[in-house]
Each structure stands twice: as C-alpha cells, then as structure tokens.
Ligand binder design. Structure first.
Ligand code: ADP
Ligand code: ASP
Ligand code: MG
Length: 428
C-alpha cells in the first residue's frame, strides 16, 4: 500500500465545479489498483484562486498596520473553506473523507506570524485514519503556533504544507497538481515555445523557485530536498476518467544521481541552462553619497536585517572623490515602504545624501547546473540583451545562476530573447 499526498492549487479549487473535478482525480488515485492493492491518500488544498488576495485586502482596509496574528486568523480561512468543501464533495462521490485543520493535526509552527515555519506535524492519528481507508483533506498554508494561535506560512505556502505532510507520513510521492502540466524551461504563459521537462534536480528547482518561478514555493523545494520527498508537478486540468498519476505524466524533481541515470538512459539531455525565471516583485533603492569607509554598509543593512527585510542584489560603486560612494540594492516590493522609512530614520547615522527608489524593475535569471563547468553563460546573456537594446542595471551570480536587473516593461521581451539565445525553444 503506497502513501500518496496530492496537493491542489487555487485555480484547481476555484469553485464547486472545479472541486468536483479534483474529487474525481482523488477518487481515482484512492481506488483499488488492478492487483487489488490501494493507496492511502492525503490531500492538501489551497484557497480558491483570488481568495487569499481578497482576504489580505480586507485586512489592509481594516487596519493598514495590521497585527500579523489577526491577519493569520483571516487569511487562513480560505483554506478552511476549500478543505471542508472537498471533503463534502468526496463524500458525495461515495468516498470516506474528513478534513483535518492545522490546529487539529496539529501542524506545529515556529517563528513569525504570516511567514511561519513548520516545526513538526503529529502524524500517527492521520496515518491511522488513512490506513483505515479514509481520505484525509488538509488545508494548506496554515498551522498553529507554540501558544496555540493560528499561523500561516507565507504566500504560496500550501506547496510547503504538502511536502511537510509527505515527509511526516513518509509518503511514497507528493503530487503537486496545478494549472500547468509540469515544470517548463520558463513560464509557459510568457513563452509559447517553452518546453516541459521530464525531470529537474532539487538544486535547480530550488534556485528557479527562489528567483521567481512560482510553480513551487521555494521552501517546499528546500524541504523536499532535505527530507528526500519525491515530488511530481502535474496538471489537474485533465480529462474525466484519466488514470492515476503513478506513471508520472508530470515533471519529477530528482536527485543529481537520478538525473545522471536519466541522461545515461537517453531519457534526458544534459543541458547547460535548465530554465529562465523572472521576478517583478522586487524594488530598487539607491542611497547616494554614502561615506566610503569601513562600517558604512553595515550601518545600512543591519537595521533592514533586524526588521526581517531580505536584501537581494547589492552594488557598491567605486568610491568617488571626497571619499563618497553610491549604494544600490533590492528589497521585496512589499517591504519597500518599511525599508525606506527605516533608512530615512537613520539618515544621519548612515550619512547618505538622497534616497531614490524604483519599483518598476524586474529580475531575470538564467539557471543551470551546467554552469558550474562551462564558461560563457553570462556573456551570452549580456550580449543577447544588448542586441535588443535592453539595459542591465545590476548583475548578481551564484554557482548555478546569473541574474540581471532590468526595466520592468522589458521583462517579457528579455525572457523570450534569452529562451531563444540558449537554444531552449521547442521545435514546432
Ligand atoms: P497554484 O495555484 O496551483 O499553486 P501557481 O500559480 O502558484 O499555481 O503556480 C503555477 C504557475 O507557475 C503557472 O500557471 C505558471 O504561469 C507559473 N510558472 C512560472 N514559471 C514556471 C515554469 N518554469 N514552469 C511552469 N510554470 C511556471
Ligand atoms: N492560498 C495561499 C496563497 O494564495 C497559499 C497557497 O495557495 O499556496 O498564497
Ligand atoms: Mg502556488
């Protein structure tokens, strides 16, 4: 008897009609196999598409400086609704099913409200119910804090709930059902010629997710890698009567060793670049005429770190005359106002002249493990963008990634140009 976790995202759960389709996919997975065995199944669900945004807006309207603990009470409700509705729909199809809310399992979390981390999940009760043939329906995104308050895991967090449940019950597979049929070389909604990948390594998926490929939440990939959870990304928009996903129709996230095996067996080609991602959610801050002396940048970034604001790209220009320099960096757009206020408060201590901000920027990243051993990936990127007149405002690199900051209006063009430049376009 295999244990399977199935996760359905917001578009898959958008309305009773879609939930009925989801219920039939779950029923097919839980049905007896030709050899008489059957899987035990846990389902993790998102709120209906658009619902979490709607709830977040209510919080903003109620109190712009909302208390994150009360925000969590509000936004966690979207998943409570869909978990109950899916359990009801499964029951209407003749399946045994019940919902398990975050506090009932419990899914114990630590750290800040609105971006809590899962610490542990109490699985024995869940496993017993599943083995007895009941389908467990778990709302994603939510947990409970050490002092028994409702928490949420940050946007896109249901992916992480699913992987954490899979790790806790030692599932044979964690299927992430969404509105595309796998992980592509880039967002298929931007590049029609993007190619679906049979497999992607954990390391590459982690990097792709962290630079904006929102198909999986970054934390879910990190957790899957650490716990060795087998993750498949696949579509819930499939025909009535489709077989269960045991023959792996989607994209598998695999270890380096499994990837080597796929390449040796001719099932995958070794690629220099695995994918291209974009992120429009960052904003640029420039501080002008910062003193060029030890401690100056520490004075800038310490208060941001203390306020849990993540800084991404950083450029410090070469010092000018009079021992001054400009410092440019990016923060999440949602933290821009807070970051600006913190820096203004410390204007004298830091000693800058002006603060200039710009949220109309985008980060475009090229990811691939092949870069570890091949030169030239970055220069191809710079040349292809310049051939189209796209100006690069900042650059950052890691062992398997090159990112550039450009004007937001040029995002789609840049992604398409790079997709072609690295030979990733599907042949028609
Ligand atoms: P869900 O609501 O199911 O969690 P998301 O909207 O969070 O779904 O993620 C799925 C979306 O991710 C797709 O609709 C697609 O536009 C986007 N996406 C971005 N990059 C990629 C990629 N490389 N491969 C597949 N999808 C991608
Ligand atoms: N509903 C939450 C969100 O929209 C969590 C999720 O769907 O993964 O961010
Ligand atoms: Mg998602």
């Amino acid at each position: 008897m295999a244990r399977i976790v199935m996760k359905f995202g917001g578009t898959s759960m958008a309305g009773t009609e879609r939930i009925r389709r989801v219920a039939s996919i779950v029923r097919a997975q839980a049905a007896p196999k030709p050899d008489g065995t059957r899987d035990s199944v846990a389902v993790v669900v998102s709120a209906m598409a658009g619902e979490t945004d709607r709830l977040v807006n209510f919080c903003r309207e109620a109190n712009p400086l909302y208390d994150p603990a009360e925000y969590d009470v509000v936004v966690a409700s979207g998943e409570q609704v869909t978990s109950g509705l899916l359990a009801l729909t499964l029951q209407s199809l003749g399946c045994k099913a019940r919902s398990w809310l975050g506090w009932q399992l419990p899914i114990q979390t630590i750290e800040a409200h609105a971006k809590a981390r899962i610490d542990k999940i109490d699985a024995p009760g869940l496993i017993a119910a599943m083995e007895a043939g009941e389908i467990a329906v778990i709302p994603g995104f939510q947990g409970v804090s050490e002092d028994d308050r409702v928490t949420t895991l940050g946007r896109g967090g249901s992916d992480t709930s699913a992987v954490a449940v899979a790790a806790a019950i030692r599932a044979d597979r964690c299927d992430i059902y969404t509105d595309v049929d796998g992980v592509y070389t880039t967002d298929p909604r931007i590049v029609a010629k993007a190619k679906k990948q049979k497999a992607v390594t954990y390391e590459e998926m982690l990097e792709l997710a962290s630079v904006g490929a929102k198909v999986l939440q970054t934390r879910s990939v990190g957790l899957a890698m650490k716990e060795g959870v087998r993750v498949q990304v696949l579509s819930s928009f499939i025909g009535e009567g489709a077989p269960p996903a045991d023959d792996l129709p989607g994209t598998m996230i695999v270890s380096d060793a499994e990837m080597d095996e796929l390449v040796e067996n001719g099932l995958m080609e070794r690629q220099l670049v695995t994918g291209i991602a974009h992120d429009k959610n960052e904003a640029k801050i420039i501080l002008t005429r910062v003193p060029d002396r030890p401690g100056a940048v520490a004075n800038i970034f310490e208060p941001l770190a203390a306020a849990s604001i993540n800084v991404d790209m950083i450029i410090q220009n070469v010092g000018r005359d009079k021992g001054e320099t400009d410092v440019t960096f990016t923060v999440p757009q949602s933290d821009l106002a807070r970051a600006q206020a913190l820096l203004e408060d410390r204007r004298d201590a830091i000693g800058f002249n002006r603060i200039i901000t710009d949220s109309k920027i985008a980060k475009i990243s090229v990811v691939g493990v092949g870069m570890k051993s091949h030169a030239g990936v970055a220069s191809t990127m710079f040349r292809s963008l310049s051939d189209r007149g796209i100006n690069i405002q900042a650059i950052s690199t890691s062992e398997i990634k090159v990112s550039v900051m450009i004007d937001e209006d040029e995002t789609e063009l840049a992604v398409r140009v790079l997709h072609t430049a690295y030979g990733l376009d599907a042949k028609d």
